[in-house]
Design a protein around this ligand. Structure first.
Ligand SMILES: O=P(O)(O)OC[C@H]1O[C@H](O[C@H]2O[C@H](CO)[C@@H](O)[C@H](O)[C@H]2O)[C@H](O)[C@@H](O)[C@@H]1O
Length: 294
Protein backbone atom coordinates (compact mmCIF):
# COMPACT_ATOMS: atom_id res chain seq x y z
CA UNK A 1 0.00 0.00 0.00
CA UNK A 2 1.17 3.55 -0.74
CA UNK A 3 2.63 5.44 2.24
CA UNK A 4 -0.31 6.95 4.18
CA UNK A 5 -0.44 10.73 4.24
CA UNK A 6 -2.62 11.69 7.22
CA UNK A 7 -2.85 15.29 6.02
CA UNK A 8 -4.10 14.43 2.55
CA UNK A 9 -7.66 15.79 2.26
CA UNK A 10 -10.54 13.52 1.32
CA UNK A 11 -11.85 14.04 -2.23
CA UNK A 12 -14.85 16.37 -2.28
CA UNK A 13 -18.17 15.02 -3.61
CA UNK A 14 -19.57 17.21 -6.40
CA UNK A 15 -23.15 17.23 -5.03
CA UNK A 16 -24.65 18.60 -1.84
CA UNK A 17 -26.29 15.23 -1.07
CA UNK A 18 -22.90 13.55 -1.46
CA UNK A 19 -21.18 16.10 0.78
CA UNK A 20 -23.88 15.51 3.40
CA UNK A 21 -23.39 11.75 3.00
CA UNK A 22 -19.65 12.02 3.54
CA UNK A 23 -20.11 14.40 6.51
CA UNK A 24 -22.60 11.96 8.13
CA UNK A 25 -20.22 9.05 7.65
CA UNK A 26 -17.35 10.98 9.23
CA UNK A 27 -19.48 12.37 12.07
CA UNK A 28 -21.13 9.07 13.02
CA UNK A 29 -19.08 6.22 11.54
CA UNK A 30 -20.61 3.79 14.04
CA UNK A 31 -23.91 4.27 12.17
CA UNK A 32 -22.44 3.99 8.66
CA UNK A 33 -22.37 1.13 6.17
CA UNK A 34 -19.78 0.94 3.40
CA UNK A 35 -20.86 -1.25 0.47
CA UNK A 36 -18.76 -1.94 -2.61
CA UNK A 37 -18.99 -3.75 -5.89
CA UNK A 38 -16.09 -6.11 -6.76
CA UNK A 39 -15.08 -6.14 -10.47
CA UNK A 40 -14.15 -2.66 -11.66
CA UNK A 41 -14.40 -1.18 -8.15
CA UNK A 42 -12.20 -3.27 -5.85
CA UNK A 43 -10.52 -5.12 -8.74
CA UNK A 44 -9.22 -3.75 -12.03
CA UNK A 45 -10.99 -5.03 -15.13
CA UNK A 46 -8.92 -7.73 -16.88
CA UNK A 47 -9.58 -9.66 -20.11
CA UNK A 48 -10.02 -13.07 -18.43
CA UNK A 49 -12.67 -13.08 -15.64
CA UNK A 50 -10.82 -15.88 -13.87
CA UNK A 51 -7.74 -13.69 -13.53
CA UNK A 52 -9.55 -10.93 -11.65
CA UNK A 53 -8.07 -10.16 -8.22
CA UNK A 54 -8.58 -7.37 -5.69
CA UNK A 55 -6.33 -4.37 -6.26
CA UNK A 56 -3.23 -4.66 -4.08
CA UNK A 57 -4.32 -1.65 -1.98
CA UNK A 58 -7.97 -2.69 -1.61
CA UNK A 59 -7.87 -5.27 1.19
CA UNK A 60 -5.41 -3.30 3.35
CA UNK A 61 -7.69 -0.27 2.99
CA UNK A 62 -10.80 -2.30 3.84
CA UNK A 63 -8.98 -3.82 6.81
CA UNK A 64 -8.17 -0.36 8.11
CA UNK A 65 -11.67 1.02 7.54
CA UNK A 66 -13.92 -1.88 8.61
CA UNK A 67 -13.22 -1.66 12.37
CA UNK A 68 -14.05 2.06 12.25
CA UNK A 69 -17.54 1.84 10.70
CA UNK A 70 -20.66 -0.17 11.52
CA UNK A 71 -20.13 -2.65 8.73
CA UNK A 72 -18.65 -3.31 5.32
CA UNK A 73 -20.25 -5.38 2.57
CA UNK A 74 -19.24 -6.41 -0.94
CA UNK A 75 -22.23 -6.68 -3.29
CA UNK A 76 -21.31 -8.45 -6.50
CA UNK A 77 -22.56 -10.33 -9.53
CA UNK A 78 -19.95 -12.97 -8.77
CA UNK A 79 -20.78 -16.10 -6.79
CA UNK A 80 -20.01 -15.15 -3.17
CA UNK A 81 -17.27 -17.76 -2.72
CA UNK A 82 -15.53 -16.63 -5.91
CA UNK A 83 -15.50 -12.99 -4.77
CA UNK A 84 -14.13 -14.09 -1.38
CA UNK A 85 -11.37 -16.06 -3.11
CA UNK A 86 -10.46 -13.46 -5.74
CA UNK A 87 -10.70 -10.72 -3.12
CA UNK A 88 -8.59 -12.54 -0.54
CA UNK A 89 -11.22 -11.58 2.06
CA UNK A 90 -11.28 -14.70 4.26
CA UNK A 91 -9.39 -14.21 7.52
CA UNK A 92 -8.07 -10.80 6.42
CA UNK A 93 -7.24 -8.65 9.45
CA UNK A 94 -10.11 -6.39 10.49
CA UNK A 95 -12.56 -8.08 8.12
CA UNK A 96 -13.95 -10.57 10.62
CA UNK A 97 -17.48 -9.14 10.14
CA UNK A 98 -17.31 -8.63 6.37
CA UNK A 99 -20.38 -9.72 4.40
CA UNK A 100 -20.24 -10.66 0.71
CA UNK A 101 -23.58 -10.65 -1.09
CA UNK A 102 -23.02 -12.69 -4.25
CA UNK A 103 -25.14 -13.29 -7.36
CA UNK A 104 -26.60 -9.77 -6.97
CA UNK A 105 -27.65 -10.58 -3.41
CA UNK A 106 -29.08 -14.07 -3.92
CA UNK A 107 -26.10 -15.53 -2.02
CA UNK A 108 -24.48 -14.44 1.21
CA UNK A 109 -21.09 -15.17 2.77
CA UNK A 110 -20.35 -14.08 6.33
CA UNK A 111 -16.74 -13.80 7.40
CA UNK A 112 -17.79 -14.47 11.00
CA UNK A 113 -18.85 -18.01 10.12
CA UNK A 114 -17.03 -18.49 6.81
CA UNK A 115 -20.20 -19.95 5.31
CA UNK A 116 -22.19 -19.26 2.16
CA UNK A 117 -25.98 -19.33 2.03
CA UNK A 118 -27.01 -20.01 -1.55
CA UNK A 119 -30.36 -20.43 -3.33
CA UNK A 120 -31.62 -23.71 -4.76
CA UNK A 121 -30.36 -24.46 -8.30
CA UNK A 122 -32.63 -22.85 -10.91
CA UNK A 123 -34.18 -25.15 -13.56
CA UNK A 124 -34.09 -22.16 -15.93
CA UNK A 125 -30.30 -21.94 -15.64
CA UNK A 126 -30.00 -25.67 -16.33
CA UNK A 127 -32.16 -25.33 -19.46
CA UNK A 128 -30.16 -22.33 -20.71
CA UNK A 129 -26.90 -24.18 -20.04
CA UNK A 130 -28.09 -26.98 -22.32
CA UNK A 131 -28.94 -24.62 -25.22
CA UNK A 132 -26.36 -21.86 -24.91
CA UNK A 133 -23.59 -23.36 -27.06
CA UNK A 134 -25.99 -23.79 -29.99
CA UNK A 135 -27.20 -20.18 -29.69
CA UNK A 136 -23.60 -18.90 -29.65
CA UNK A 137 -22.75 -21.00 -32.70
CA UNK A 138 -25.63 -19.48 -34.65
CA UNK A 139 -24.67 -15.90 -33.74
CA UNK A 140 -21.90 -13.79 -35.28
CA UNK A 141 -19.98 -13.40 -32.03
CA UNK A 142 -16.63 -15.02 -32.68
CA UNK A 143 -14.53 -15.30 -29.52
CA UNK A 144 -17.40 -14.87 -27.05
CA UNK A 145 -16.80 -16.96 -23.93
CA UNK A 146 -19.12 -18.44 -21.34
CA UNK A 147 -18.48 -18.08 -17.62
CA UNK A 148 -20.57 -20.73 -15.87
CA UNK A 149 -21.31 -19.29 -12.44
CA UNK A 150 -23.54 -22.13 -11.26
CA UNK A 151 -26.62 -20.04 -10.50
CA UNK A 152 -26.12 -17.93 -13.65
CA UNK A 153 -24.33 -17.97 -17.01
CA UNK A 154 -22.35 -14.98 -18.22
CA UNK A 155 -21.43 -14.54 -21.87
CA UNK A 156 -18.32 -12.36 -22.18
CA UNK A 157 -17.30 -10.56 -25.38
CA UNK A 158 -14.20 -8.72 -24.11
CA UNK A 159 -11.95 -11.23 -25.91
CA UNK A 160 -14.12 -11.49 -29.03
CA UNK A 161 -12.68 -10.36 -32.36
CA UNK A 162 -14.93 -7.28 -32.25
CA UNK A 163 -16.09 -7.02 -28.60
CA UNK A 164 -18.81 -4.38 -29.06
CA UNK A 165 -20.21 -5.91 -32.27
CA UNK A 166 -20.35 -9.34 -30.62
CA UNK A 167 -22.09 -7.82 -27.59
CA UNK A 168 -24.75 -6.20 -29.80
CA UNK A 169 -25.19 -9.33 -31.94
CA UNK A 170 -25.80 -11.47 -28.84
CA UNK A 171 -28.30 -9.17 -27.11
CA UNK A 172 -31.40 -10.34 -29.00
CA UNK A 173 -30.69 -14.10 -29.13
CA UNK A 174 -29.70 -14.21 -25.45
CA UNK A 175 -32.78 -12.20 -24.41
CA UNK A 176 -34.90 -14.69 -26.33
CA UNK A 177 -33.12 -17.69 -24.75
CA UNK A 178 -33.39 -16.21 -21.25
CA UNK A 179 -37.06 -15.30 -21.73
CA UNK A 180 -38.00 -18.82 -22.86
CA UNK A 181 -36.66 -20.21 -19.56
CA UNK A 182 -37.84 -17.57 -17.12
CA UNK A 183 -34.45 -15.86 -16.74
CA UNK A 184 -33.45 -12.22 -17.23
CA UNK A 185 -30.45 -10.77 -19.04
CA UNK A 186 -28.21 -8.57 -16.89
CA UNK A 187 -26.00 -6.47 -19.18
CA UNK A 188 -22.60 -5.30 -17.97
CA UNK A 189 -19.19 -4.26 -19.24
CA UNK A 190 -18.92 -6.47 -22.34
CA UNK A 191 -20.91 -9.18 -20.62
CA UNK A 192 -24.48 -10.42 -20.89
CA UNK A 193 -25.50 -12.48 -17.92
CA UNK A 194 -28.48 -14.86 -17.91
CA UNK A 195 -29.76 -15.21 -14.38
CA UNK A 196 -32.94 -15.79 -12.35
CA UNK A 197 -35.08 -12.70 -11.68
CA UNK A 198 -36.19 -11.44 -8.28
CA UNK A 199 -32.98 -10.07 -6.83
CA UNK A 200 -30.73 -7.15 -7.65
CA UNK A 201 -28.09 -5.06 -5.92
CA UNK A 202 -30.71 -2.48 -4.95
CA UNK A 203 -32.83 -5.02 -3.08
CA UNK A 204 -29.69 -6.53 -1.53
CA UNK A 205 -28.42 -3.14 -0.34
CA UNK A 206 -31.82 -2.05 1.02
CA UNK A 207 -32.10 -5.27 3.05
CA UNK A 208 -28.57 -4.88 4.35
CA UNK A 209 -29.06 -1.26 5.38
CA UNK A 210 -32.30 -2.26 7.14
CA UNK A 211 -30.53 -5.13 8.91
CA UNK A 212 -27.76 -2.89 10.20
CA UNK A 213 -30.01 0.07 11.03
CA UNK A 214 -27.46 2.34 9.35
CA UNK A 215 -28.01 6.09 9.16
CA UNK A 216 -25.47 6.65 6.39
CA UNK A 217 -24.36 4.52 3.47
CA UNK A 218 -21.47 4.79 1.04
CA UNK A 219 -21.96 2.73 -2.12
CA UNK A 220 -19.26 2.37 -4.78
CA UNK A 221 -19.73 0.68 -8.15
CA UNK A 222 -18.72 0.85 -11.79
CA UNK A 223 -21.31 -0.95 -13.94
CA UNK A 224 -24.94 -1.09 -15.03
CA UNK A 225 -25.74 -3.65 -12.33
CA UNK A 226 -24.86 -0.98 -9.76
CA UNK A 227 -27.63 1.35 -10.94
CA UNK A 228 -30.14 -0.53 -8.76
CA UNK A 229 -27.96 0.07 -5.69
CA UNK A 230 -27.70 3.76 -6.63
CA UNK A 231 -31.51 3.89 -6.83
CA UNK A 232 -31.72 2.39 -3.35
CA UNK A 233 -29.35 5.01 -1.93
CA UNK A 234 -31.41 7.73 -3.63
CA UNK A 235 -34.61 6.26 -2.12
CA UNK A 236 -33.00 5.96 1.31
CA UNK A 237 -32.04 9.63 1.18
CA UNK A 238 -35.72 10.50 0.82
CA UNK A 239 -36.27 8.54 4.08
CA UNK A 240 -33.57 10.45 5.95
CA UNK A 241 -30.63 8.06 5.49
CA UNK A 242 -27.51 9.87 4.28
CA UNK A 243 -25.82 8.53 1.17
CA UNK A 244 -22.62 8.92 -0.79
CA UNK A 245 -22.57 7.47 -4.32
CA UNK A 246 -19.10 6.72 -5.65
CA UNK A 247 -18.41 5.77 -9.27
CA UNK A 248 -15.24 3.88 -10.16
CA UNK A 249 -14.22 4.94 -13.70
CA UNK A 250 -16.21 6.47 -16.53
CA UNK A 251 -16.87 3.41 -18.70
CA UNK A 252 -20.56 3.49 -17.83
CA UNK A 253 -21.81 7.07 -18.33
CA UNK A 254 -25.30 6.26 -16.91
CA UNK A 255 -23.68 5.48 -13.56
CA UNK A 256 -21.08 8.28 -13.66
CA UNK A 257 -23.84 10.83 -14.29
CA UNK A 258 -25.60 9.88 -11.03
CA UNK A 259 -22.49 9.71 -8.84
CA UNK A 260 -21.61 12.19 -6.11
CA UNK A 261 -17.95 11.33 -6.38
CA UNK A 262 -16.23 10.18 -9.53
CA UNK A 263 -12.96 8.27 -9.10
CA UNK A 264 -10.66 6.95 -11.80
CA UNK A 265 -10.85 3.27 -10.79
CA UNK A 266 -9.98 0.69 -8.12
CA UNK A 267 -6.69 2.38 -7.14
CA UNK A 268 -8.52 5.60 -6.26
CA UNK A 269 -11.35 3.67 -4.58
CA UNK A 270 -8.78 1.96 -2.35
CA UNK A 271 -7.18 5.35 -1.66
CA UNK A 272 -10.58 6.77 -0.65
CA UNK A 273 -11.18 3.86 1.74
CA UNK A 274 -7.72 4.26 3.23
CA UNK A 275 -8.21 8.03 3.59
CA UNK A 276 -11.53 7.50 5.34
CA UNK A 277 -9.86 5.08 7.74
CA UNK A 278 -7.09 7.59 8.48
CA UNK A 279 -9.54 10.43 9.09
CA UNK A 280 -11.64 8.25 11.39
CA UNK A 281 -8.53 7.05 13.19
CA UNK A 282 -7.61 10.65 13.93
CA UNK A 283 -11.18 11.69 14.82
CA UNK A 284 -12.70 8.88 16.86
CA UNK A 285 -13.66 5.26 17.25
CA UNK A 286 -16.76 3.09 16.97
CA UNK A 287 -18.50 2.35 20.29
CA UNK A 288 -18.19 -1.31 21.27
CA UNK A 289 -21.96 -1.65 21.79
CA UNK A 290 -22.95 -0.80 18.18
CA UNK A 291 -24.79 -3.84 16.75
CA UNK A 292 -23.02 -5.48 13.85
CA UNK A 293 -24.53 -7.20 10.83
CA UNK A 294 -23.98 -10.76 12.04
O1 LIG B 1 -20.85 -6.99 -9.67
P1 LIG B 1 -19.41 -7.10 -10.06
O2 LIG B 1 -18.53 -7.49 -8.93
O3 LIG B 1 -18.91 -5.88 -10.78
O4 LIG B 1 -19.38 -8.30 -11.12
C1 LIG B 1 -19.96 -8.09 -12.41
C2 LIG B 1 -19.37 -9.07 -13.40
O5 LIG B 1 -17.95 -8.90 -13.32
C3 LIG B 1 -17.12 -9.80 -14.03
O6 LIG B 1 -17.04 -9.36 -15.35
C4 LIG B 1 -16.39 -8.12 -15.50
O7 LIG B 1 -15.05 -8.24 -15.02
C5 LIG B 1 -14.21 -9.14 -15.80
C6 LIG B 1 -12.86 -9.23 -15.11
O8 LIG B 1 -12.25 -7.98 -14.98
C7 LIG B 1 -14.12 -8.61 -17.24
O9 LIG B 1 -13.32 -9.48 -18.02
C8 LIG B 1 -15.52 -8.49 -17.84
O10 LIG B 1 -15.45 -7.89 -19.12
C9 LIG B 1 -16.41 -7.64 -16.93
O11 LIG B 1 -17.75 -7.65 -17.40
C10 LIG B 1 -17.55 -11.23 -13.88
O12 LIG B 1 -16.83 -12.05 -14.77
C11 LIG B 1 -19.03 -11.45 -13.96
O13 LIG B 1 -19.35 -12.77 -13.56
C12 LIG B 1 -19.72 -10.49 -13.02
O14 LIG B 1 -21.14 -10.67 -13.07
Amino acid sequence: MATPDPLRPLPAPSTEAGRDGLAALLARPARAVVALDFDGTLADIVPDPEQSRAHADAVPALSALAPRVASVAVITGRPADVAVRYGGFARAPGLDHLVVLGHYGAERWDAATDTVHAPEPSPGVEAVRAELAAVLERTAAEGARVEDKGHALAVHTRRATDPQAAFEALRGPLADLAGRHGLIVEPGRLVLELRPPGMDKGVALAEYVRETGAEAVLYAGDDLGDLAAYATVEALRAQGVYGLLVCSGTEVPELAARADLLLSGPAEVAELLASLARHLELDGTVPADWPRAD
